[in-house]
Write a protein that binds this ligand. Structure first.
Ligand code: ATP
Ligand code: MG
Length: 258
């Protein structure tokens, strides 16, 4: 199982949209996909037509070592993937996690138990840098940073890079940014084109050649509770996330799209 973490401490950059639609595209290739929502906003969860769970047992209990991930898996046969929903109680999870030892290593351990059941686990993380995001980053095999081609995005990227270096130092790991994804791209905006080109030149190895265009349907799809490909298989947003899935398969599995 390859654990893909979609992260950026900056808010509203397309993390959730990317996690959800990339998962649908990878699932369409027959790969076994698990989605994990560890954001208390639970946008991923509601964007798939599920309710935010107010259940007795939630992902928070997993992070506190009181439950297994497996017990929380919801099947989504209509989309060919499984999902572990987010929950509003994740807000308190960060505080409570402080009472267990090495709290940010728990998620990685729990995911290991599912290693043979899925080809990919995609994790949608919150727009902050607390224990939840750090737990996700520590569990990652590959880290993907979505960003808009705007001035402040480049600063956000630098702070993600710093965060990852700090985690590496504290835990003797070798995490790095494996993919930078340009999102909500507006070809008409010269400034966006310039920043996009600069990113490509400066960070050639990491920047995906796929660019996600601004696409109204991508923003509307969550209200229908579906990934965009299940609404319009030919929308430009659908095609872009298919292209991204192809690039991910080539880069992270070293093979052509199957
Ligand atoms: N390519 C796109 N075209 C148009 N709208 C988009 C696109 N990608 C995302 N959006 C919209 O932009 C907003 C922010 O996207 P999204 O929720 O995916 O970001 P996020 O990084 O997960 O946000 P948060 O940090 O709050 O979790 C949403 O309303 C989403 O529908
Ligand atoms: Mg989000």
């Amino acid at each position: 199982m390859i654990i893909l973490v979609v992260a950026n401490q900056k808010g509203g950059v397309g993390k959730t949209t990317t996690t959800l639609n990339l998962a649908a595209s990878l699932a369409a290739t027959g790969r076994r996909i698990l989605l994990l929502d560890i954001d208390s906003q639970a946008n991923l969860t509601t964007g798939l037509g599920s309710k935010k769970t107010f259940e007795e047992t939630t992902i928070t209990d997993v992070l506190l070592e009181d439950a297994s991930l497996k017990s929380l898996i919801q099947k989504k046969p209509e989309f060919n993937f499984d999902v572990i929903p987010g929950s509003p109680d994740l807000i308190s999870a960060e505080l409570e996690m402080a009472r267990v030892s090495d709290p940010t290593s728990i998620l990685k351990g729990k995911l290991n138990q599912l290693a043979h059941e899925y080809d990919y686990c995609l994790i949608d993380s919150p727009p902050s840098l607390g224990m939840l995001s750090v737990s996700a980053l520590r569990a990652a095999d590959k880290i993907i940073i979505p960003l808009q081609c705007e001035h402040f995005s480049v600063e956000g990227l630098a702070s993600m890079q710093r965060t990852i270096s700090e985690i590496n130092e504290a835990t003797s790991s070798t995490l790095k940014i494996d993919g930078i994804l340009r999102t909500m791209f507006d070809q008409e905006k010269e400034r966006a084109r310039q920043i996009s080109e600069k990113l490509e030149q400066a960070l050639k190895e990491q920047v995906f050649s796929t660019i996600i265009p601004r696409c109204d349907l991508l923003a509307e799809a969550p209200s229908e509770g579906k990934p965009i490909m299940h609404i319009d298989p030919e929308a430009k947003g659908t095609l872009a996330y298919f292209a991204l899935a192809g690039e991910i398969i080539m880069r992270f599995e070293n093979k052509d799209v199957a």
